[in-house]
Design a protein around this ligand. Structure first.
Ligand code: PFF
Length: 458
Protein backbone atom coordinates (compact mmCIF):
# COMPACT_ATOMS: atom_id res chain seq x y z
CA UNK A 1 0.00 0.00 0.00
CA UNK A 2 1.28 3.47 -0.80
CA UNK A 3 1.76 4.56 2.78
CA UNK A 4 4.42 7.07 3.71
CA UNK A 5 6.91 6.27 6.44
CA UNK A 6 5.51 9.04 8.53
CA UNK A 7 1.98 7.65 8.30
CA UNK A 8 3.32 4.24 9.14
CA UNK A 9 4.86 5.43 12.37
CA UNK A 10 1.67 7.26 13.40
CA UNK A 11 -0.25 4.04 12.88
CA UNK A 12 2.12 2.13 15.11
CA UNK A 13 1.37 4.44 18.00
CA UNK A 14 -2.40 4.03 17.70
CA UNK A 15 -4.12 1.64 20.00
CA UNK A 16 -5.66 -1.55 18.66
CA UNK A 17 -8.17 -4.05 19.92
CA UNK A 18 -6.35 -7.24 20.69
CA UNK A 19 -9.10 -9.45 19.32
CA UNK A 20 -12.29 -9.41 17.35
CA UNK A 21 -14.14 -10.33 20.56
CA UNK A 22 -12.69 -7.29 22.31
CA UNK A 23 -13.97 -5.07 19.51
CA UNK A 24 -17.38 -6.74 19.48
CA UNK A 25 -17.81 -6.32 23.24
CA UNK A 26 -16.69 -2.68 23.15
CA UNK A 27 -18.98 -1.84 20.23
CA UNK A 28 -21.88 -3.78 21.76
CA UNK A 29 -21.14 -1.97 25.03
CA UNK A 30 -21.57 1.34 23.24
CA UNK A 31 -24.85 0.15 21.76
CA UNK A 32 -26.36 -1.42 24.87
CA UNK A 33 -27.29 1.43 27.17
CA UNK A 34 -30.13 3.36 28.67
CA UNK A 35 -31.88 3.24 25.29
CA UNK A 36 -32.29 -0.51 25.68
CA UNK A 37 -33.26 -0.33 29.32
CA UNK A 38 -35.64 2.55 29.64
CA UNK A 39 -36.77 3.35 26.11
CA UNK A 40 -37.19 0.09 24.26
CA UNK A 41 -39.52 -1.83 26.62
CA UNK A 42 -41.98 1.02 26.84
CA UNK A 43 -42.01 2.01 23.17
CA UNK A 44 -42.35 -1.62 22.13
CA UNK A 45 -45.23 -2.26 24.49
CA UNK A 46 -47.14 0.92 23.80
CA UNK A 47 -46.61 1.01 20.03
CA UNK A 48 -48.16 -2.31 19.09
CA UNK A 49 -46.26 -5.03 20.98
CA UNK A 50 -45.39 -7.87 18.61
CA UNK A 51 -46.07 -5.76 15.52
CA UNK A 52 -43.65 -3.10 16.75
CA UNK A 53 -41.05 -5.80 17.38
CA UNK A 54 -41.42 -6.92 13.81
CA UNK A 55 -40.95 -3.34 12.55
CA UNK A 56 -37.95 -2.99 14.84
CA UNK A 57 -36.29 -6.16 13.59
CA UNK A 58 -36.86 -5.17 9.97
CA UNK A 59 -35.30 -1.75 10.55
CA UNK A 60 -32.33 -3.26 12.38
CA UNK A 61 -31.69 -5.32 9.25
CA UNK A 62 -32.38 -2.77 6.54
CA UNK A 63 -31.13 0.36 8.28
CA UNK A 64 -29.06 -0.45 11.34
CA UNK A 65 -26.88 -3.20 9.95
CA UNK A 66 -25.80 -1.51 6.69
CA UNK A 67 -25.02 1.79 8.44
CA UNK A 68 -23.13 0.07 11.25
CA UNK A 69 -21.15 -1.90 8.69
CA UNK A 70 -20.36 1.24 6.70
CA UNK A 71 -19.12 3.07 9.81
CA UNK A 72 -16.89 0.11 10.66
CA UNK A 73 -15.53 0.02 7.10
CA UNK A 74 -14.78 3.77 7.08
CA UNK A 75 -12.92 3.46 10.38
CA UNK A 76 -10.88 0.45 9.47
CA UNK A 77 -10.07 1.77 6.00
CA UNK A 78 -8.88 5.18 7.16
CA UNK A 79 -7.38 3.99 10.48
CA UNK A 80 -8.30 7.28 12.05
CA UNK A 81 -11.19 8.55 14.17
CA UNK A 82 -14.33 10.21 12.82
CA UNK A 83 -13.19 13.73 11.85
CA UNK A 84 -9.87 12.59 10.41
CA UNK A 85 -11.61 9.78 8.57
CA UNK A 86 -13.92 12.06 6.61
CA UNK A 87 -11.10 14.54 6.04
CA UNK A 88 -8.92 11.80 4.62
CA UNK A 89 -11.64 10.60 2.28
CA UNK A 90 -12.85 14.01 1.15
CA UNK A 91 -11.90 17.29 2.82
CA UNK A 92 -15.21 18.95 2.03
CA UNK A 93 -17.07 16.34 4.07
CA UNK A 94 -15.00 16.79 7.23
CA UNK A 95 -18.04 18.51 8.77
CA UNK A 96 -19.87 15.17 9.03
CA UNK A 97 -17.19 13.91 11.40
CA UNK A 98 -17.30 17.19 13.32
CA UNK A 99 -21.08 16.85 13.63
CA UNK A 100 -20.59 13.41 15.16
CA UNK A 101 -17.99 14.58 17.66
CA UNK A 102 -20.14 17.55 18.70
CA UNK A 103 -23.09 15.20 19.12
CA UNK A 104 -21.05 12.78 21.25
CA UNK A 105 -19.81 15.67 23.38
CA UNK A 106 -23.32 16.97 24.05
CA UNK A 107 -24.78 13.50 24.68
CA UNK A 108 -22.09 12.58 27.18
CA UNK A 109 -22.54 15.86 29.05
CA UNK A 110 -26.09 14.84 30.03
CA UNK A 111 -25.74 11.03 29.81
CA UNK A 112 -23.19 11.20 32.60
CA UNK A 113 -25.68 13.07 34.77
CA UNK A 114 -27.98 10.06 34.46
CA UNK A 115 -24.97 7.81 35.12
CA UNK A 116 -24.55 9.72 38.38
CA UNK A 117 -28.18 9.03 39.35
CA UNK A 118 -27.53 5.32 38.77
CA UNK A 119 -24.53 5.44 41.12
CA UNK A 120 -26.65 7.14 43.76
CA UNK A 121 -29.24 4.33 43.52
CA UNK A 122 -26.52 1.67 43.73
CA UNK A 123 -25.28 3.35 46.89
CA UNK A 124 -28.89 3.55 48.12
CA UNK A 125 -29.49 -0.18 47.64
CA UNK A 126 -26.08 -1.09 49.04
CA UNK A 127 -26.99 0.75 52.24
CA UNK A 128 -30.42 -0.72 52.83
CA UNK A 129 -32.51 0.41 49.88
CA UNK A 130 -34.87 2.79 51.62
CA UNK A 131 -36.35 5.17 49.08
CA UNK A 132 -39.30 6.26 51.16
CA UNK A 133 -42.99 5.58 50.65
CA UNK A 134 -43.19 7.84 47.62
CA UNK A 135 -40.37 6.81 45.29
CA UNK A 136 -41.29 9.44 42.72
CA UNK A 137 -40.99 12.18 45.23
CA UNK A 138 -37.67 10.76 46.44
CA UNK A 139 -36.36 10.86 42.87
CA UNK A 140 -37.70 14.35 42.14
CA UNK A 141 -36.19 15.73 45.33
CA UNK A 142 -32.86 14.10 44.62
CA UNK A 143 -32.48 15.27 40.99
CA UNK A 144 -33.48 18.82 41.77
CA UNK A 145 -31.09 19.25 44.68
CA UNK A 146 -28.06 21.42 44.01
CA UNK A 147 -25.07 19.39 45.19
CA UNK A 148 -25.56 15.64 45.45
CA UNK A 149 -26.49 14.79 41.83
CA UNK A 150 -23.61 16.93 40.58
CA UNK A 151 -21.16 15.07 42.80
CA UNK A 152 -22.40 11.66 41.57
CA UNK A 153 -22.23 12.89 37.98
CA UNK A 154 -18.60 13.91 38.47
CA UNK A 155 -17.77 10.51 40.01
CA UNK A 156 -19.35 8.78 37.00
CA UNK A 157 -17.36 11.00 34.64
CA UNK A 158 -14.17 10.24 36.55
CA UNK A 159 -14.77 6.50 36.19
CA UNK A 160 -15.16 6.84 32.39
CA UNK A 161 -12.09 9.07 32.18
CA UNK A 162 -9.93 6.54 34.04
CA UNK A 163 -10.97 3.80 31.59
CA UNK A 164 -10.39 5.95 28.51
CA UNK A 165 -7.00 7.19 29.75
CA UNK A 166 -6.10 3.49 30.02
CA UNK A 167 -6.20 3.30 26.21
CA UNK A 168 -7.90 1.04 23.70
CA UNK A 169 -6.69 -2.41 24.72
CA UNK A 170 -5.91 -1.89 28.40
CA UNK A 171 -8.77 0.51 29.13
CA UNK A 172 -11.79 0.23 26.86
CA UNK A 173 -11.40 -3.39 25.75
CA UNK A 174 -10.61 -4.65 29.23
CA UNK A 175 -13.48 -2.74 30.84
CA UNK A 176 -15.94 -3.96 28.19
CA UNK A 177 -14.75 -7.54 28.57
CA UNK A 178 -15.62 -7.38 32.25
CA UNK A 179 -18.75 -5.25 32.21
CA UNK A 180 -20.67 -6.58 29.21
CA UNK A 181 -20.68 -10.29 30.15
CA UNK A 182 -21.61 -9.37 33.73
CA UNK A 183 -24.37 -7.14 32.45
CA UNK A 184 -25.69 -10.02 30.35
CA UNK A 185 -25.59 -12.43 33.27
CA UNK A 186 -27.32 -10.05 35.63
CA UNK A 187 -30.05 -9.13 33.20
CA UNK A 188 -30.79 -12.82 32.63
CA UNK A 189 -31.12 -13.34 36.40
CA UNK A 190 -33.45 -10.35 36.78
CA UNK A 191 -35.42 -11.36 33.66
CA UNK A 192 -36.00 -14.90 34.96
CA UNK A 193 -37.12 -13.54 38.34
CA UNK A 194 -39.42 -10.98 36.76
CA UNK A 195 -40.99 -13.28 34.17
CA UNK A 196 -41.75 -15.95 36.76
CA UNK A 197 -43.55 -13.61 39.17
CA UNK A 198 -47.25 -14.37 39.58
CA UNK A 199 -49.04 -11.92 37.30
CA UNK A 200 -45.92 -11.29 35.24
CA UNK A 201 -47.59 -12.74 32.18
CA UNK A 202 -49.43 -9.45 31.63
CA UNK A 203 -46.08 -7.74 31.17
CA UNK A 204 -44.97 -10.29 28.62
CA UNK A 205 -48.25 -9.87 26.77
CA UNK A 206 -47.76 -6.09 26.77
CA UNK A 207 -44.39 -6.61 25.11
CA UNK A 208 -44.91 -9.47 22.73
CA UNK A 209 -48.56 -9.93 21.78
CA UNK A 210 -49.50 -7.90 18.69
CA UNK A 211 -51.78 -5.11 19.78
CA UNK A 212 -53.69 -3.97 16.72
CA UNK A 213 -55.75 -1.42 18.61
CA UNK A 214 -52.55 0.62 19.07
CA UNK A 215 -52.22 0.51 15.28
CA UNK A 216 -55.75 1.10 14.04
CA UNK A 217 -55.07 4.13 11.90
CA UNK A 218 -52.55 5.01 9.25
CA UNK A 219 -51.16 7.71 11.50
CA UNK A 220 -50.53 5.30 14.37
CA UNK A 221 -48.81 2.79 12.10
CA UNK A 222 -46.62 5.55 10.64
CA UNK A 223 -45.75 6.79 14.13
CA UNK A 224 -44.88 3.28 15.31
CA UNK A 225 -42.61 2.81 12.28
CA UNK A 226 -40.85 6.11 12.85
CA UNK A 227 -40.35 5.32 16.55
CA UNK A 228 -38.92 1.94 15.58
CA UNK A 229 -36.46 3.59 13.20
CA UNK A 230 -35.47 6.26 15.71
CA UNK A 231 -34.96 3.61 18.34
CA UNK A 232 -32.72 1.58 16.00
CA UNK A 233 -30.54 4.66 15.46
CA UNK A 234 -30.25 5.57 19.10
CA UNK A 235 -29.81 2.01 20.26
CA UNK A 236 -27.04 1.17 17.81
CA UNK A 237 -25.33 4.55 18.51
CA UNK A 238 -25.32 5.39 14.81
CA UNK A 239 -24.15 8.62 13.25
CA UNK A 240 -21.80 9.75 15.97
CA UNK A 241 -18.61 8.28 14.67
CA UNK A 242 -18.40 5.79 17.52
CA UNK A 243 -18.14 2.81 15.24
CA UNK A 244 -15.81 4.72 12.90
CA UNK A 245 -13.52 5.38 15.86
CA UNK A 246 -13.70 1.84 17.22
CA UNK A 247 -13.33 0.48 13.67
CA UNK A 248 -10.12 2.45 13.29
CA UNK A 249 -8.59 0.29 16.03
CA UNK A 250 -9.35 -2.91 14.12
CA UNK A 251 -6.87 -5.14 12.42
CA UNK A 252 -7.30 -5.70 8.71
CA UNK A 253 -8.17 -9.35 9.08
CA UNK A 254 -11.44 -8.90 10.99
CA UNK A 255 -14.61 -10.01 9.27
CA UNK A 256 -16.63 -6.80 9.35
CA UNK A 257 -19.98 -8.15 8.20
CA UNK A 258 -19.93 -10.95 10.73
CA UNK A 259 -19.03 -8.50 13.52
CA UNK A 260 -21.80 -6.09 12.50
CA UNK A 261 -24.37 -8.90 12.65
CA UNK A 262 -23.14 -9.99 16.09
CA UNK A 263 -23.13 -6.43 17.48
CA UNK A 264 -26.63 -5.58 16.29
CA UNK A 265 -27.83 -9.03 17.37
CA UNK A 266 -26.44 -8.51 20.88
CA UNK A 267 -28.02 -5.09 21.10
CA UNK A 268 -31.41 -6.46 20.05
CA UNK A 269 -31.21 -9.40 22.46
CA UNK A 270 -30.36 -6.98 25.26
CA UNK A 271 -33.33 -4.79 24.38
CA UNK A 272 -35.65 -7.79 24.51
CA UNK A 273 -34.11 -9.04 27.75
CA UNK A 274 -34.54 -5.67 29.40
CA UNK A 275 -38.19 -5.72 28.38
CA UNK A 276 -38.52 -9.15 29.99
CA UNK A 277 -36.63 -7.98 33.07
CA UNK A 278 -38.77 -4.90 33.59
CA UNK A 279 -42.33 -5.22 32.28
CA UNK A 280 -43.52 -8.45 33.99
CA UNK A 281 -42.41 -7.08 37.37
CA UNK A 282 -44.10 -3.74 36.73
CA UNK A 283 -47.39 -5.46 35.82
CA UNK A 284 -47.14 -8.13 38.52
CA UNK A 285 -47.29 -5.48 41.23
CA UNK A 286 -49.99 -3.44 39.56
CA UNK A 287 -47.90 -0.49 38.36
CA UNK A 288 -48.33 1.33 35.07
CA UNK A 289 -45.48 1.11 32.59
CA UNK A 290 -43.87 4.32 31.43
CA UNK A 291 -40.74 5.41 29.57
CA UNK A 292 -37.62 7.25 30.60
CA UNK A 293 -36.20 8.11 33.99
CA UNK A 294 -39.57 7.67 35.70
CA UNK A 295 -39.60 3.96 34.83
CA UNK A 296 -36.19 3.17 36.28
CA UNK A 297 -35.88 5.62 39.13
CA UNK A 298 -39.46 5.90 40.37
CA UNK A 299 -41.50 2.86 39.30
CA UNK A 300 -38.87 0.15 39.68
CA UNK A 301 -37.82 1.03 43.25
CA UNK A 302 -41.51 0.71 44.19
CA UNK A 303 -41.65 -2.62 42.36
CA UNK A 304 -38.53 -3.88 44.14
CA UNK A 305 -39.88 -2.82 47.51
CA UNK A 306 -42.86 -5.15 46.96
CA UNK A 307 -40.79 -8.07 45.71
CA UNK A 308 -39.30 -10.80 47.92
CA UNK A 309 -35.54 -10.14 48.09
CA UNK A 310 -36.33 -6.87 46.35
CA UNK A 311 -33.33 -5.08 47.89
CA UNK A 312 -30.98 -7.59 46.34
CA UNK A 313 -32.68 -7.45 42.94
CA UNK A 314 -32.68 -3.66 43.13
CA UNK A 315 -28.95 -3.64 43.75
CA UNK A 316 -28.34 -6.12 40.94
CA UNK A 317 -30.53 -4.12 38.60
CA UNK A 318 -28.84 -0.78 39.23
CA UNK A 319 -25.39 -2.30 38.89
CA UNK A 320 -26.39 -3.65 35.50
CA UNK A 321 -27.80 -0.26 34.51
CA UNK A 322 -24.45 1.23 35.53
CA UNK A 323 -22.53 -1.22 33.34
CA UNK A 324 -24.82 -0.43 30.42
CA UNK A 325 -24.55 3.34 30.88
CA UNK A 326 -20.79 3.27 31.55
CA UNK A 327 -19.83 1.29 28.44
CA UNK A 328 -21.91 3.70 26.32
CA UNK A 329 -20.39 6.73 28.03
CA UNK A 330 -16.88 5.38 27.57
CA UNK A 331 -17.54 5.09 23.83
CA UNK A 332 -18.75 8.68 23.71
CA UNK A 333 -15.71 9.95 25.59
CA UNK A 334 -13.40 7.97 23.32
CA UNK A 335 -14.91 9.61 20.22
CA UNK A 336 -14.16 13.07 21.58
CA UNK A 337 -10.70 12.20 22.93
CA UNK A 338 -9.68 10.31 19.79
CA UNK A 339 -10.54 13.37 17.74
CA UNK A 340 -8.11 15.52 19.74
CA UNK A 341 -5.46 12.80 19.80
CA UNK A 342 -5.65 12.13 16.05
CA UNK A 343 -6.24 15.65 14.80
CA UNK A 344 -4.11 17.72 17.19
CA UNK A 345 -1.69 15.07 18.42
CA UNK A 346 -2.66 15.67 22.04
CA UNK A 347 -1.68 12.96 24.47
CA UNK A 348 -4.51 10.59 25.44
CA UNK A 349 -4.24 11.73 29.03
CA UNK A 350 -4.43 15.44 28.25
CA UNK A 351 -7.32 15.04 25.78
CA UNK A 352 -9.36 12.85 28.09
CA UNK A 353 -8.81 14.86 31.26
CA UNK A 354 -9.56 18.18 29.62
CA UNK A 355 -12.67 16.95 27.87
CA UNK A 356 -13.97 15.20 30.97
CA UNK A 357 -13.57 18.42 32.96
CA UNK A 358 -15.40 20.38 30.29
CA UNK A 359 -18.22 17.85 30.05
CA UNK A 360 -18.24 17.64 33.84
CA UNK A 361 -18.90 21.38 33.98
CA UNK A 362 -21.57 21.36 31.27
CA UNK A 363 -23.19 18.30 32.84
CA UNK A 364 -23.29 20.13 36.17
CA UNK A 365 -25.26 22.92 34.51
CA UNK A 366 -27.58 20.30 32.93
CA UNK A 367 -28.07 18.74 36.34
CA UNK A 368 -28.82 22.09 37.95
CA UNK A 369 -31.36 22.81 35.22
CA UNK A 370 -33.67 20.41 37.03
CA UNK A 371 -33.49 22.46 40.19
CA UNK A 372 -31.76 25.79 40.77
CA UNK A 373 -31.60 26.64 37.06
CA UNK A 374 -35.04 25.35 36.06
CA UNK A 375 -36.08 28.87 35.13
CA UNK A 376 -33.60 28.93 32.24
CA UNK A 377 -35.35 27.48 29.21
CA UNK A 378 -34.54 26.99 25.55
CA UNK A 379 -37.57 26.58 23.28
CA UNK A 380 -39.68 25.82 26.35
CA UNK A 381 -37.33 23.06 27.55
CA UNK A 382 -34.91 23.10 30.45
CA UNK A 383 -31.23 22.83 29.51
CA UNK A 384 -31.13 19.06 30.17
CA UNK A 385 -34.10 18.33 27.90
CA UNK A 386 -32.89 20.80 25.26
CA UNK A 387 -29.57 18.95 25.04
CA UNK A 388 -31.40 15.64 24.51
CA UNK A 389 -33.62 17.17 21.86
CA UNK A 390 -30.66 18.68 20.01
CA UNK A 391 -28.79 15.38 19.84
CA UNK A 392 -31.61 12.85 19.34
CA UNK A 393 -33.78 14.81 16.97
CA UNK A 394 -31.31 16.98 15.09
CA UNK A 395 -27.61 16.12 15.25
CA UNK A 396 -27.82 12.31 15.18
CA UNK A 397 -30.17 11.99 12.19
CA UNK A 398 -28.34 14.74 10.29
CA UNK A 399 -24.95 13.10 10.79
CA UNK A 400 -26.31 9.72 9.67
CA UNK A 401 -28.06 11.30 6.69
CA UNK A 402 -24.91 13.06 5.51
CA UNK A 403 -22.91 9.87 6.00
CA UNK A 404 -25.24 7.92 3.71
CA UNK A 405 -25.21 10.67 1.08
CA UNK A 406 -21.44 10.90 1.26
CA UNK A 407 -20.86 7.17 0.96
CA UNK A 408 -23.65 6.51 -1.54
CA UNK A 409 -23.12 9.45 -3.86
CA UNK A 410 -19.69 11.00 -3.29
CA UNK A 411 -17.12 8.50 -2.09
CA UNK A 412 -18.88 5.54 -3.66
CA UNK A 413 -20.01 2.07 -2.66
CA UNK A 414 -17.03 0.32 -4.29
CA UNK A 415 -14.34 1.22 -1.74
CA UNK A 416 -16.69 0.35 1.14
CA UNK A 417 -17.42 -3.04 -0.36
CA UNK A 418 -13.69 -3.62 -0.96
CA UNK A 419 -13.04 -2.89 2.69
CA UNK A 420 -15.86 -5.19 3.79
CA UNK A 421 -14.49 -7.98 1.60
CA UNK A 422 -10.97 -7.59 2.99
CA UNK A 423 -11.38 -9.76 6.06
CA UNK A 424 -14.16 -12.01 4.77
CA UNK A 425 -13.95 -15.37 3.11
CA UNK A 426 -15.55 -14.38 -0.19
CA UNK A 427 -17.25 -11.60 -2.15
CA UNK A 428 -19.88 -9.48 -0.40
CA UNK A 429 -23.02 -11.06 -1.82
CA UNK A 430 -25.47 -8.42 -0.65
CA UNK A 431 -23.68 -5.67 -2.55
CA UNK A 432 -26.62 -4.62 -4.70
CA UNK A 433 -29.13 -4.28 -1.88
CA UNK A 434 -26.45 -2.66 0.33
CA UNK A 435 -25.87 -0.08 -2.37
CA UNK A 436 -29.62 0.60 -2.80
CA UNK A 437 -30.02 1.05 0.93
CA UNK A 438 -27.13 3.48 1.37
CA UNK A 439 -27.91 5.47 -1.75
CA UNK A 440 -31.67 5.78 -1.59
CA UNK A 441 -33.57 3.88 1.08
CA UNK A 442 -31.64 4.99 4.19
CA UNK A 443 -31.45 8.71 3.25
CA UNK A 444 -35.20 8.83 2.60
CA UNK A 445 -36.05 7.00 5.82
CA UNK A 446 -33.67 9.14 7.90
CA UNK A 447 -35.19 12.27 6.39
CA UNK A 448 -38.61 11.02 7.48
CA UNK A 449 -37.35 10.44 11.05
CA UNK A 450 -35.79 13.89 11.03
CA UNK A 451 -38.92 15.69 9.85
CA UNK A 452 -41.27 13.74 12.12
CA UNK A 453 -38.92 14.43 15.04
CA UNK A 454 -39.28 18.15 14.51
CA UNK A 455 -43.07 18.02 14.60
CA UNK A 456 -44.18 18.52 18.21
CA UNK A 457 -46.10 15.56 19.65
CA UNK A 458 -49.86 16.12 19.97
N1 PFF B 1 -26.86 3.31 22.32
C1 PFF B 1 -26.99 3.81 23.65
C2 PFF B 1 -28.26 3.34 24.26
O1 PFF B 1 -29.00 2.57 23.66
O2 PFF B 1 -28.50 3.78 25.37
C3 PFF B 1 -27.06 5.29 23.73
C4 PFF B 1 -26.04 5.97 23.01
C5 PFF B 1 -24.74 5.76 23.36
C6 PFF B 1 -26.40 6.77 22.01
C7 PFF B 1 -23.79 6.36 22.68
C8 PFF B 1 -25.47 7.38 21.32
C9 PFF B 1 -24.18 7.16 21.66
F1 PFF B 1 -23.26 7.74 21.01
Amino acid sequence: MGMSKNQGSTLQKRGQFTSSLGFILAAAGSAVGLGNLWKFPYIAGSSGGGVFLLFYLIFVCVLGLPILLTEMAIGRKTQISAVGAYKKLNKKWTFVGVLGVVCAFVILSYYSVIGGWVLKYIAGYATGGNFGADTKQYFDTFVSSPVEPVVWHLIFMLFCAVVVVGGVAKGIEKASKIMLPLLFLMIVVVAVRSATLPGGMEGLKFLFVPNFSALDSFEKVANAMVSAMGQVFFSLSLGMGITITYGSYLKRDTNLSKDAVVISGLDTVMALLSGIAIMPAVFAFGFKPQAGPGLIFATLPSVFSEMPLGGLFGLLFFILVFFAAATSAIALLEVVSAFLIDSFHWSRKKATILMSCLMGAIGAVASLSMGALSGVTIANMNIFDAMGYLTDKILMPLAALFMCIFVGHVWGIKPVVEEIELGSAGPFRLRWIFSMILKYIAPVLILVIFIMGLIPAK
